[in-house]
Design a protein around this ligand. Structure first.
Ligand code: ADP
Ligand code: ZN
Length: 627
């Protein structure tokens, strides 16, 4: 077993790359280095962060575990070693759509890559298998269930494997949320092919999952690379819900013509929101688990392939979406945890260009989720975890200091105020809400802890309603003591008291508000309560004035950029690939800004390797000359 001897297939695999990418015959060809491949094949000037060290480790035959956030650049970590080493790299990936796009992108770069999964017909699959066994491929993407079949195992024996890359490695963890039983079988790879290096990659952070990956994949001797989980190009904004639909439309107005995802918690809300956006003249599509497979697939394709599509979706959408130019992710409902929020927002801005994560949340979100946790049939310990996770997220949403600091701290990473979140750009005003809190808590107490928010606020405001008459509440000492503040202010106070645990909402009593132990010191005047003032105007104007750390809002009106995009759309359609497989937005933008006149000038732009320059250089120069 193990590896066949050197040169078994009689060909040097490196020539596949060399022949397509060396521009002219070279008398003394220089051996490829990681950096030369990065420059020449991928068209990027430099490695990011730990990429270089990871590539060196794997290229030299060592094992690695890579933890890098979405958009960090994990693919290059195995693609470049695959080009440097003899043989074919086998990439295990659970996501079919992602495989197809990765392979299309690699082919665009002139790299011999294929995939094997259930979407191929028998004849095509057999052809790919032949190419693999006879040594014609540099990268082969395989679904885990196929990898473990006896048929493929015997092909692995016959082929020459340069390395195994295990993408989405957290799928091996039973405690994680994406557990895939087939991943457990992957430890067998090491037993059968002990000399082939392995690289496992994931964007899931916590220490427990990390340990489980190392153990279950038998990666005890692997070097572990942990990148920072910061995504500096993402601007975090969290707003209080007042009129969610209008707030969303305002936000989308700042992203006209850009692609993005709007998450809603229910199918019904997905449909309604998508319809409302369409009525507002936006290109929006719905996506949720209740739709038929065909429509769902069609919508996903459209989102991936066309420019500027807004996907309104439940959480069913997103895993394996590799689209680099998603410019925003909006949440119309609170996710369940900080991990969820981080993972979902992480789908924005994978290309490193400025992107926004925006969320609108309100008390009702918290109340609904608490009920959902309490009424579920999980064990108590699990319910406690559920509540704790929700608390952490609410803490982030309520934060009066930098969002990013709070987010990264959750993942155990210390950082400084970022200058690129709503709190940094537009610090909230705090006010001493002790007296207001006392009034509200008293109103809850005096009305007998039997009523919900609406009635308690009516009492504070001194309204005359049927209910107030019926219960004789106009005679209470608290009646009308809050009349100097608006209903809106009282709702904000109430929300903050609930999320801080001074008040709780009793679901078994139709949402009645009750005092908790934590309310006592406040009522007794032993504790001060600082509250966030409600936002009077959207953070938007200010944040535009203060772009920082390179992130700002693009001037997408540049006509040359738009012409380049139109050209790219046509080209992508002709080839039947997503637009970003041709060239990334960042590259188009740099072209529009620098207006190159020659191929040599064009070649200096990041994202244009030799192959792409050859394929599109003249066309692009043509567009620039006209624009
Ligand atoms: P991940 O799999 O970690 O989410 P990808 O491998 O898809 O990330 O990379 C995200 C984006 O960053 C891609 O568009 C990729 O081409 C780009 N990228 C990766 N490494 C570099 C680099 N060194 N220089 C410039 N762009 C890079
Ligand atoms: Zn900040």
């Amino acid at each position: 077993m193990g590896q066949p001897p050197e040169g078994k297939n009689g060909t040097k695999r490196d020539t596949i790359i060399a022949s397509v990418t060396h521009p002219a015959p070279v008398l003394f060809p220089m051996p490829d280095t990681p950096l030369s491949l990065l420059n020449r094949v991928f068209g990027y000037p430099a490695f990011r962060g730990e990429q270089a060290a990871i590539v060196d480790t794997v290229a030299a035959g060592g094992d690695a575990l890579v933890l890098m956030p979405t958009g960090g650049g994990k693919s290059l970590c195995y693609q470049i070693p695959a080009l440097l080493r003899e043989g074919c790299a086998v990439v295990v990936s659970p996501l079919i759509a992602l495989m197809q796009d990765q392979v299309a992108a690699l082919k665009e770069l002139g790299i011999a890559a294929e995939f094997l999964n259930s979407s191929l017909d028998g004849a095509t699959a057999a052809q790919v298998e032949r190419e693999f066994v006879s040594g014609q491929l540099k990268l082969l993407y395989v679904a885990p269930e196929r990898l473990l079949t006896p048929r493929f195992q015997s092909q692995l024996e016959q082929a020459r494997v340069s390395l195994f890359a295990i993408d989405e490695a957290h799928c091996v963890s039973q405690w994680g949320h994406d557990f895939r039983p087939e991943y457990l079988g992957l430890s067998a790879l090491h037993e059968r092919f002990p000399d082939v290096p392995r690289i496992a990659l994931t964007a899931t952070a916590d220490a427990a999952t990390r340990a489980e990956i190392l153990q279950r994949l038998d990666l005890g001797a692997a070097r572990v690379f942990v990148a920072s989980f910061d995504r500096p190009n993402i601007r975090y904004r969290i707003a209080e819900k007042s009129e969610p639909r209008r707030q969303l439309l305002d936000f989308l107005g700042e992203h006209r013509g850009e692609a993005g995802i709007v998450y809603c918690s229910t199918r019904k809300k997905v449909e309604e929101t998508a319809d409302a956006l369409k009525r507002a003249g936006l290109t929006a599509l719905a996506y949720h688990g209740g739709m038929d497979n065909d429509t769902r697939r069609r919508h996903q394709e459209k989102f991936l392939r066309e420019d500027g599509v807004i996907m309104v979706a439940t959480l069913a959408f997103g895993m394996g979406i590799d689209k680099p130019d998603v410019r925003f992710v909006a949440h119309l409902d609170l996710p369940r945890s900080v991990e969820g929020y981080y993972q979902e927002t992480g789908r924005a801005g994978r290309d490193g260009e400025p992107a926004e994560a925006w969320m609108a949340w309100g008390l009702q979100d918290v109340v609904t989720q608490r009920r959902f946790i309490d009424e579920g049939d999980a064990e108590d310990a699990h319910k406690r975890i559920g509540h704790a996770k929700l608390d952490a997220l609410v803490g982030l949403a309520e934060a009066a200091s930098c969002r990013r600091v709070a987010l990264l701290a959750y993942f155990g990473e210390a950082s400084q105020a970022c200058g690129n979140c709503d709190v940094c750009l537009n610090p909230p005003t705090l006010w001493d809400g002790t007296e207001a809190a006392q009034k509200l808590l008293s109103a809850v107490y005096r009305t007998g802890q039997r009523f919900g928010a609406g009635h308690v606020i009516d009492v504070l405001l001194g309204k005359t309603t049927e209910k107030i008459d019926r219960f004789g509440h106009s005679g209470l000492s608290v009646f009308g003591i809050g009349a100097s503040q608006s209903d809106k202010v009282w709702r904000a106070v109430l929300r903050q008291l609930v999320v801080r645990g001074l008040l709780e909402v009793d679901h078994s009593a139709w949402g009645a508000l009750k005092l908790t132990q934590a309310a006592r010191p406040v009522l007794k005047g032993e504790e001060t309560v600082m509250l966030r003032a409600i936002e009077v105007r959207p953070a938007r104007k200010k944040s535009r004035l203060a772009p920082s750390s390179g992130a700002g809002v693009h001037d997408d009106e540049d006509p040359l950029f738009l012409s380049l995009r139109a050209w790219r759309r046509e080209t992508a359609n002709e080839k039947g690939v997503p637009a970003y497989v041709i060239l990334h937005d960042a590259t188009l933008r740099e072209i529009a800004a620098r207006r190159p006149a020659t191929l040599a000038e064009l070649g200096e732009i990041s994202g244009l390797g030799t192959k792409k320059l050859e394929a599109y250089g003249e066309d692009v120069l043509g567009v620039v000359a006209e624009g």
